[in-house]
Design a protein around this ligand. Structure first.
Ligand code: ZN
Length: 414
């Protein structure tokens, strides 16, 4: 069966390459540039011969230059917000939406969601893929879906209590905000599971969310360019995210050289979509840093698993020659009893000598002596995990703004 699934994936790969060669001039030109044709690709081992696709390719062909089907076949658009200028537009045919629904439903099933669950979706609905992606997957499983969307936090809590929400889906930052609000109220909730994603988060934050909300918190992975949520999902064994491998091929590359890393090493995740009709992507550079995990998951499923995303390569700070990801700072702060999970980073200095400033919030106001002790402990934990000295600034409880969506961890860089 395993061999059959593999040959099935490789057939899909050959069809994909032929399809983009025939229908997308941009891909054809890039393949011609490196002297490769569909005849050169027969198995996943040939993937390296194909050129990468990047976010710039999507921007440069805005809005529809990478479409591989006629416009009549498009039934939905989504877009991811661009930090500057135009957003990245993604398109779906009816089959693409069906695939997305199926992949998302499988992810939720893997997480332990059943038709008896009440699923509150507090991801944004709209151009962002989070809300609608989770929505159709949960509906397909037969769950009762509450399409709450993001924000209106008091109403979120009311719905949770009154409708008996058992599964909460949102960003981990927003889950943290809701959990803090809940701690001040006496609500009888039926919450048992959190499906959290759309931003990298640490084991420390998982522990905090699990304790505060009395749930199992699982990581879901996806990105709108590839489809949306549903690309990979943790199972309750929490041994990495199982990839939806009927639909995607993955590689891990060195982000600097573009070469594959050694087996099991960390690098940038590259995804090839096997089945997408409207916007197939070949070797798409996600900029997410992870690795492929060895061995089998305790759940017994032998599908490919990726480690939780350490961070995005464009969020990686290089401080005096050392690579630093916000999730590492989060881990170090989380190990320091007395600090909350709220923090942000700033980089000052000059290109040759950068300083990392960490702003971290205390759980409660302390005497000057106790604050000094806490600070020394936190600096030591940060040094152990990051390998560099940082400037730490402790802030009073509640002083860092809470996020209803993705949290902005890096406030300023050089
Ligand atoms: Zn598993």
């Amino acid at each position: 069966m395993k061999g059959k699934a593999k040959s099935n994936r490789e057939r899909k790969l050959r069809e994909l390459v032929k399809r983009v060669w025939e229908n997308v001039p941009h891909y054809r030109a890039k393949m011609e540039d490196v002297g490769v044709t569909p005849h050169d690709i027969s198995t996943a081992r040939d993937l390296w011969k194909l050129p990468f696709t990047t976010k710039e390719d999507l921007r440069n062909t805005y809005p529809s230059g990478l479409l591989a089907c006629s416009k009549e076949k498009i039934v939905r658009f989504h877009a991811s917000s661009g930090t500057t200028g135009k957003p990245t537009v993604v398109a779906y045919t009816r089959n693409d939406l069906q695939t997305w629904t199926d992949a998302m439903a499988s992810c939720l099933k893997r997480a332990g969601v059943t038709s008896s669950d009440v699923v509150q979706i507090a991801y944004g609905y709209g151009l962002f893929t989070g809300g609608l992606g989770l929505h159709y997957g949960a509906e397909k499983l037969g769950c009762a879906v509450i399409p709450a969307s993001g924000g209106f936090s008091e109403r979120q809590l009311m719905l949770m209590e009154d409708l008996g929400t058992s599964v909460l889906a949102c960003t981990p930052s927003y889950a943290l905000k809701l959990s803090e609000m809940l701690q001040q109220k006496n609500k009888a909730l039926k919450l048992r599971l959190g499906i959290f994603g759309a931003e990298p988060w640490s084991e420390t934050l998982r522990k905090t969310l699990e304790e505060n909300l009395k749930i199992t918190a699982l990581d879901v992975y996806g990105l709108s360019e590839i489809m949306g949520p549903g690309v990979a999902m943790e199972c309750p064994a929490k041994m990495g995210l199982h990839l939806a491998q009927d639909f995607f091929l993955v590689e891990i590359i060195n982000p600097e050289t573009g070469q594959p890393v050694k087996e099991g090493e960390e690098g940038e995740l590259v995804i090839t979509t096997l089945t997408k009709e409207a916007l197939p992507l070949i070797r798409y550079r996600t900029r997410d840093i992870t690795k492929i995990l060895p061995g089998k998951c305790d759940c017994g499923d032998s599908s490919t698993r990726i480690a939780r995303i350490r961070g995005r390569s464009d969020e990686m700070l290089i401080i005096r020659g050392v690579n630093v990801f916000p999730t590492q700072v989060e881990t170090a702060l989380g190990k320091t009893f007395g600090l909350s999970c709220h923090y942000y980073l700033e980089v000052t200095g000059s290109e040759g000598h950068k300083d990392l400033h960490v702003y971290s919030e205390m759980l409660e106001n302390l005497s000057p002596e106790a604050e000094e002790r806490l600070k020394a402990k936190a600096i030591s934990n940060l040094h152990n995990i990051l390998g560099i000295r940082v400037e730490l600034h402790l802030l009073p409880p509640g002083s860092i703004e809470r996020s209803d969506g993705k949290s902005k961890r890096i406030r300023s860089t050089l």
